[in-house]
Design a protein around this ligand. Structure first.
Ligand code: PEP
Length: 252
């Protein structure tokens, strides 16, 4: 069975203006001049920059969005459809990020509808799951992430149109990370759920870790069993930091 192709994905959140395209150019240059990395590289800017980033990005960088509406078009003021995102040149959409689950009360059922919308538009859905600190303290981590996974994957999911991101909510933007043993436990549980659902093909789905990944901890986290890359917030905004994380997938 094929191994997952690792991915290092940057989530810019609500950061960046037109001029920030210079960070994308800087990243392109670094990818060009550094040793080849054995991972896909994805940058997810705000909607306003999707088209310009897609125009500017060379073949080595995929461009993605951070959310989408579940409908293809219609009376949904202020929303953006997966078809619009595809039309802007993007290839991936993050769905179910914990900030959307918390700030917009998104449920896993809605996340599944958004992932289905990404599939309808021919895009890959990066489906995020993760426990809060209270849930971890109560020993519920594995059951929470598995139930989020089960409820967030639509019937249109296949081993080639989804990526999973495990992001403990308490590790996002805090500088705190779980131990490598804790990460291994959750990723192993996610892997076996994916194999249950997709049979052998479940072994080829990338499971990213996200939450305070930076150049100084990327090698250690990316070496954990069943960790197939990173979803990176803060450290993706500067090309040098992001490239330092991609280093985890370059020969030493
Ligand atoms: C994220 O927003 O997905 C994230 C992991 O953020 P940070 O890397 O800043 O913790």
């Amino acid at each position: 069975m094929s191994q997952p192709k690792p991915m290092v994905a940057g989530n810019w959140k609500m950061n960046g203006l037109k001029a920030s395209v210079s960070e994308l150019s800087a990243l392109s240059k670094m990818l060009e001049t550094s040793a080849a990395a054995s991972c896909d590289v994805l940058v997810c800017p705000p909607f306003t920059m999707l088209a310009s980033f897609s125009d500017q990005a060379d073949a080595e960088i995929f461009i993605g969005a951070q959310d989408c509406h579940s409908a293809a078009s219609g009376a949904h003021t202020g929303d953006i459809s997966a078809e619009m995102i595809a039309d802007a040149g993007a290839t991936h959409i993050i769905v179910g990020h914990s900030e959307r689950r918390a700030d917009h009360d998104e449920t896993s059922t809605q996340v599944a509808q958004k992932a289905a919308a990404a599939h309808r538009a021919g895009l890959t859905a990066i489906v995020c799951v993760g426990e809060t600190e209270q849930e971890r303290d109560e020993g519920k981590t594995v059951s929470i992430v598995l139930s989020q996974l089960a409820d967030s994957l639509p019937p249109s999911s296949t081993a080639s149109n989804i990526v999973i991101a495990y992001e403990p909510v308490w590790a996002i933007g805090t500088g705190r990370t779980p131990t490598t043993q804790d990460v291994a436990e959750v990723h192993a549980a996610l892997r076996s759920a994916l194999i249950d659902r997709f049979s052998e093909a479940g072994s080829s789905i990338a499971i990213l870790y996200g939450g305070s990944v930076k150049p100084s901890n990327a090698h250690e986290l990316m070496a954990v069993d069943n960790v197939n890359g990173a979803l990176v917030g803060g450290a993706s905004l500067k090309a040098t930091d992001f490239n330092g994380i991609i280093d985890a997938y370059r020969d030493a």
